[in-house]
Design a protein around this ligand. Structure first.
Ligand code: ZN
Length: 84
């Protein structure tokens, strides 16, 4: 019997994680995506940007700026780290 690791995918339309129920992309998914894209920040941003249109429609309680921050801004090199 093989246990597959849970896939941290978005549950829509509320965009919570199907595996851990955190707001998607959750921290686990972010780590997986960083691992997947390595230093290819542009590729990572492009990948996440494809979700923005749907997320903006479905997350009506968030502004487009908030949606963009949640989905894309963490991709920037150094994002989430304290600035010196
Ligand atoms: Zn998750």
């Amino acid at each position: 019997m093989t246990e597959y690791p849970p896939i941290h995918a978005p549950s829509r339309p509320d965009w919570s994680c199907t595996a851990c129920a955190d707001a998607w992309p959750c921290n686990t998914r972010k780590l997986q995506l960083r691992d997947l894209f390595q230093d290819n920040t542009a590729g990572l941003v492009n990948y996440l940007a494809q979700y923005l249109t749907d997320a903006n429609l479905e997350l009506g309680h968030l502004s487009s700026v908030e949606v963009s921050e949640r989905f894309v801004d963490w991709c920037a090199p150094g994002a989430g780290r304290a600035t010196a």
